[in-house]
Design a binder for this molecule. Structure first.
Ligand SMILES: Cc1cc2nc3c(=O)[nH]c(=O)nc-3n(C[C@H](O)[C@H](O)[C@H](O)COP(=O)(O)OP(=O)(O)OC[C@H]3O[C@@H](n4cnc5c(N)ncnc54)[C@H](O)[C@@H]3O)c2cc1C
Length: 410
């Protein structure tokens, strides 16, 4: 195929967009690649936003970018990256995307890499005290508030909520974790493991409120938006100067509306990351909802750092084979995996623990997580995931190899 006059447009200039461009080049695409992003920054790494960026008083935008911006590979030299001008609409039948400034981009192939944004509580008031953590700006605005003595309420006890709670108390704040569900990281890890992590957070001074939901905010003065307290559904009042809403995410799909795609939760693709219902369009990263043949389960999104790279490998090859009218490559079979750092402990998860019906402690004791634990997750007799904490990198790799080798039902 003569690609010299053809163009692939990548919408989303973060990790997924960057990895897609790299993979297109490494798969042999020598036509034009244009990456479009709505943030004003070049692509940067997000995990430190809920960890070290929140601890450094001297941190500003330039310093944060210095730490977080991805170094561009040599193969990216002629890839155009436009920031601060996101996509607002697309006509996939015509092969065009409209940007915020009104300009239109035509493409031969399209990569959807617009990720997710934090879900917000549907409660008015106290805008001045309410925070989320997704961007450099979010993290720097929050860091300025996480000062010694600040009363912090974290709403939502997923990984990001737990990380921010741990960081805030280490900064000298008092911290209440309003869990919402059945315990820290309960949804992916299950009740027993969640209870052990709750105890670990409590032992370090965090007040954990099980099954509590925020129902309102009290402001400090009638005209002000300064926060005074979080009001819980059961009438309790939690005094707070700062609130972090960590209650999940919303995929950034609005710009794709009107094209007949399944945008129920992200962008539905087949197992080759090809967007279902469109020609020459693939999706990567947090926004892609794809079926993993390993689990023989429904398509799902995987919001982990490894996902943009893993999905980009398959998506780039799928797109190029579609453009050339060839066969689809192998399905994406990368093992989902994530890590979280809390109070100096590295927690890693792999596989699909959320699909398990049962879990068993295989190594160590949940009463002493810091001494090292491994938990196996099972759907019936089948091993579907591992959680480890405090284990050596070598041991984590061994667990990973064991899970990779676990039999897949026919
Ligand atoms: C605070 C934080 C901590 C994390 N920590 C960990 C961790 O410890 N371990 C782990 O495994 N994972 C972690 N993650 C998850 C990991 O960072 C994500 O999975 C990864 O960033 C996903 O990359 P992405 O490119 O798919 O999506 P995103 O990073 O969301 O990038 C999407 C980009 O597209 C842009 N965009 C949106 N709409 C448009 C539009 N219409 N036009 C153009 N651009 C648009 C967005 O602004 C953004 O720049 C963390 C995430 C966060 C936010």
């Amino acid at each position: 195929m003569d690609t010299s006059q053809k163009k692939i447009l990548i919408v989303g200039a973060s990790m997924g967009g960057l990895r897609a461009a790299e993979q297109l080049r490494s798969a042999g695409w020598d036509g034009a690649i244009e990456v479009i992003g709505d943030e004003i920054h070049p692509p940067y790494n997000r995990p430190p936003l809920s960890k070290e960026i929140l601890t450094d008083e001297a941190m500003d935008t330039a310093a944060a970018l210095g730490k977080l911006a991805f170094r561009l590979k040599r193969s990216m030299a002629d890839v155009s990256i436009t920031t601060g001008n996101g996509a607002v609409a697309a006509d996939l039948a015509a092969g065009t995307v409209t940007l915020a400034d009104g300009s239109e981009k035509a493409y031969d192939g399209l990569v959807v890499a617009t990720g997710i944004r934090p879900r917000r509580l549907d409660i008015p008031d106290a805008a001045g005290g309410r925070h989320v953590v997704r961007t450099i700006e979010d993290s720097l605005a929050l860091r300025a508030k996480l000062v010694p003595g600040a009363r912090v309420a974290v709403i939502g006890a997923g990984f990001i909520g737990c990380e921010v709670a741990a960081t805030a108390i280490q900064n000298g704040c008092s911290v209440t974790l309003i869990e919402g569900g059945k315990g820290p990281m309960h949804r992916p890890l299950g009740a027993t493991v969640a209870a052990a992590f709750r105890k670990r957070l409590q032992d370090r001074g965090i007040t954990c409120l099980e099954g509590a939901h925020a129902a309102g905010f009290e402001v400090a003065s009638s005209e002000g938006q300064q926060l005074a307290a979080v009001l819980l559904h059961d009438g309790r009042r939690i005094e707070a100067d700062v609130v972090i809403e960590a209650i999940g995410s919303i995929p950034n799909t609005e710009w794709l509306a009107g094209n007949g795609l399944d945008l129920t939760d992200g962008v539905l693709t087949d197992q080759h990351l090809r967007v279902i219902g469109a020609e020459n369009v693939v999706a990567v990263g947090d926004i892609a909802r794809y079926p993993d043949p390993r689990w023989a389960a429904e398509a799902r999104r995987v919001e982990h750092w490894a996902t943009p790279g893993d999905t980009a490998k398959t998506a780039a090859r799928s797109l190029l084979s579609q453009l050339a009218g060839g066969q689809a490559p192998e399905p994406c079979r990368a093992l989902p995996n994530f890590w979280s750092d809390q109070f100096g402990l590295r927690i890693t998860g792999m596989g699909a623990p959320a699909l398990a019906e049962d879990h068993r402690v295989l190594e160590g004791d949940l009463a002493d997580i810091d001494a090292g634990v491994a938990v196996g997750y099972y759907a019936g007799q089948r091993l579907v995931g591992f959680l480890s904490a405090g284990l050596s990198a070598k041991r984590v790799l061994e667990l990973r190899a064991e899970l990779e080798a676990a039999p897949v039902p026919a």
